[in-house]
Design a protein around this ligand. Structure first.
Ligand code: FAD
Ligand code: NAD
Length: 462
């Protein structure tokens, strides 16, 4: 077995791992990245990118299939037709293009990469098992970026017509009927997309309402739109099993019913990938199923680091990337620590939801008296011209010094406002900073401006 030595060995080439490798390479550190599958990880191949491609295709198809909305702006068209195989080929081409791009970025940064499975031997070495054989890699620093995988339900084992998000994104035909178990991120994003593509969708959620991780004011517009799309919601229900094209469910009273389903998408959360590659040899301190890290992503073992989903919530690609970047910089000698305050979360439902920082409730609990301001898109000219004025932007600030603590929004296209919201919190902006910033007219971002003005008691357009 040949030996390879390096400064940093990174296990896992998802957003956390490949960004760590690129930054390490840019900083002149000798980095080796080992990836079992394809560079880009869950996010690029079976997560963020393919799901957003399908959501876009579904939105485009649905827009043409709403004759009343089109007629209102003077457009009439014959009913649209969908060639879903072409949609899937288009989605796959985007993924392939980005995946090649990640490979090029690694090369350009002079980060060495190995396609194979890494088995950890100890905190300073691992074995990479690839098609060309085995290689022992000896390092000064080990970065674990092995990500996560779908949580399994014993009553609904994956296989056949029971799909994880990976299976749902690999479908080559739109199912006539689709049952979705779990009304979280994946269930609501993909459930909505498949409903727009023509499937009859039923969502089964254990808790009393959809998207329970967001406050209800933010999720109500999503629930209303889902109802308009004909999605049947069964909240407070349990999925008992699947047989003969039907999902058996029990409501909160225990009453059983049968939901017709050609396919079942199980999306009840994800668990960290911590087994099967020798992690136990390190005897790391865990936080439940996740690897415990401090604010520098250092584990309980010296020079062993962990980034991304394997370290816990929020399981978001941009958090993994920011952590990967930070760890490479710390190893290069920079002083860095991770600040969780300004991590945006975006749910690509219809309408979209964005949150950054603290909700009013959390802000009140942490800081006492607060100011809030909310501005509805129905008073925003740009939203009206886009025929979608559902939703609002809400800003939360301390009452004493007006420092912005949180921003939440729900509305069409609000994902693109997330950077303005994060920047305000990252820069420690006060309400006056947002209020005195000139926001272009007519844009949806004016709702952010107006929300700050409202919190200051000086609204202009409401
Ligand atoms: P991963 O991306 O999971 O990468 C880990 C990599 O490690 C994998 O490629 C795996 O093959 C490799 N690996 C594991 N073990 C080994 C080993 N022993 N040896 C070698 N390699 C190994 N997040 C967002 O921010 N926005 C979104 O819109 C979004 N949409 C999503 C949609 C879906 C359907 C899903 C499933 C997830 C979505 N996510 C989204 C979450 C996002 O994909 C993850 O947070 C992100 O991929 C985590 O990055 P990571 O680097 O920690 O892990
Ligand atoms: P999730 O945690 O978002 O939602 C899971 C849902 O399933 C919850 O509402 C939960 O109450 C419900 N549930 C749990 N057990 C159940 C059961 N037995 N029966 C019925 N319902 C049940 O998880 P997810 O949707 O699988 O997504 C996994 C992770 O992927 C997310 O936490 C998120 O971090 C990431 N993700 C992010 C995005 C994004 O950023 N836009 C998109 C997709 C996924």
């Amino acid at each position: 077995m040949s030996d390879l030595t390096c400064k940093i060995l990174i296990v896992g080439g998802g957003p956390g791992g490949y960004v760590a490798a690129i930054r390490a390479g840019e900083l002149g550190l000798d980095a080796v990245l080992v990836e079992d599958g394809r560079f880009g990880g869950t996010c690029l191949h079976v997560g963020c990118i393919p799901s957003k491609a399908i959501i876009h295709a579904a939105d485009s198809f649905r827009a043409l299939a709403e004759p009343a909305a089109l007629a209102a702006i003077g457009v009439t068209l014959p009913p649209p037709k969908l060639d879903y195989a072409k949609t899937v080929a288009w989605k796959d081409a985007i993924v392939a293009r980005l995946s090649t791009g990640v490979g090029r970025l690694l090369e350009r940064a002079h980060a060495r990469s190995i396609r194979g499975r890494a088995t950890i031997v100890d905190g300073k070495s691992a074995i990479a098992h690839s098609d060309t054989g085995e290689q022992r890699i000896v390092c000064e620093h080990l970065v674990i970026a092995t990500g996560s995988e779908p949580f399994k339900l014993a009553a609904l084992p994956f296989g056949g017509d029971i799909l994880s998000s990976t299976g749902a994104l690999a479908l080559t035909q739109v199912p006539k009927t689709l049952a979705v178990v779990g009304a979280g991120y994946i269930g609501m994003e993909l459930g909505t997309a498949f409903a727009k593509l023509g499937a009859k969708v039923t969502v089964v959620e254990a808790l009393p309402r959809i998207l329970p991780l967001y406050d209800e004011e933010l999720t109500q517009p999503v629930a209303r739109r889902a109802a308009d799309l004909g999605i049947e919601m069964r909240c407070g229900a349990r999925a008992l099993g699947f047989a003969d094209g039907a999902l058996r469910v029990a409501d909160s009273e225990g009453e059983e019913a049968s939901v017709p389903a050609d396919k079942v998408l199980v999306a009840v959360g994800r668990r960290p990938r911590t087994e099967g590659f020798g992690l136990e040899r390190l005897d790391l301190t865990m936080a439940g199923p996740f690897i415990r890290v401090d604010d520098r992503c250092a584990t309980s073992m010296r020079n062993v680091w962990a980034v991304g989903d394997v370290t816990g919530e929020p399981m978001l690609a941009h958090r993994a990337m920011a952590e990967g970047e930070m760890v490479a910089e710390i190893i290069a000698g920079k002083r860095r620590a991770f600040d969780h305050r300004a991590i945006p979360a975006v749910c690509f439902t219809d309408p979209e939801i964005v949150t950054v920082g603290l909700t009013p409730e959390a802000a009140r609990a942490a800081h006492g008296e607060i100011l809030t301001g909310s501005f509805p898109f129905r008073a925003n000219g740009r939203a009206m011209t886009k025929q979608d004025d559902e939703g609002f932007v809400r800003i939360v600030a301390r009452k004493d010094n007006h420092v912005v603590l949180g921003v939440q929004a729900v509305g069409a296209g609000v994902s693109e406002l997330s950077s303005a919201f994060s920047l305000a919190i990252e820069m420690g902006a006060r309400l006056e900073d947002v209020a005195l910033t000139i926001h272009a007219h007519p844009t949806q971002s004016e709702a952010f401006h107006e929300a700050a003005l409202k919190a200051l008691g000086m609204p202009l357009h409401v």
